[in-house]
Design a protein around this ligand. Structure first.
Ligand SMILES: [Zn+2]
Ligand SMILES: [Zn+2]
Length: 144
């Protein structure tokens, strides 16, 4: 089954000042299909059949993160995880950020629905929605 690109990657790449190269398209398509944060190792392994080496994949992940197309976060284990950047949503009084669920058993990270953040008496980063919220627990797969 063909995976359709939900957004025109080439347009997004060019407007960020990046050339639309095959590895960049492949990385974006993969992260879009997964819909969760992934490590460099996850992406490099998945793209290995396309014969891009790990260094190429890493460089492209960093380029995309620097251009703001991907976000890069450390979920507390000192490993960068990359995912497609989402626009900041919500209202000025309740900007939103989506929390991440981190399984304490298998380490898999998944995205949770947007959370509205109250803005009284909090740092400016919360007002802009640019904060990270992490929930730790045991995932359904490990709890079964
Ligand atoms: Zn788990
Ligand atoms: Zn996420």
């Amino acid at each position: 089954m063909a995976v359709l690109d939900p957004v025109p990657w080439d347009t997004q790449l060019r407007s960020a000042g990046l050339r639309a190269t095959a590895p960049r398209r492949a990385v974006l398509r993969l992260l879009s299909a997964w819909g969760r944060p992934a490590t460099h190792a996850d992406v490099a392994t998945a793209l290995a059949p396309d014969s891009w080496d790990r260094a190429t994949v890493y460089r492209n992940l960093c380029d995309l993160a620097e251009a703001g197309i991907l976000t890069r976060s450390d979920m507390g284990d000192h490993v960068w995880r990359f995912e497609l950047a989402r626009p900041v949503t919500g209202t000025p009084d309740h900007p939103s950020a989506h929390p991440h669920f981190v399984c304490t058993t298998c380490g898999v990270v998944s995205c949770m629905p947007d959370l509205a953040l109250p803005v009284e008496h909090v740092p400016a980063a919360v007002r802009s929605g640019r904060v990270e919220v992490r929930v730790h627990g045991v995932c359904d797969g490990c709890a079964a």
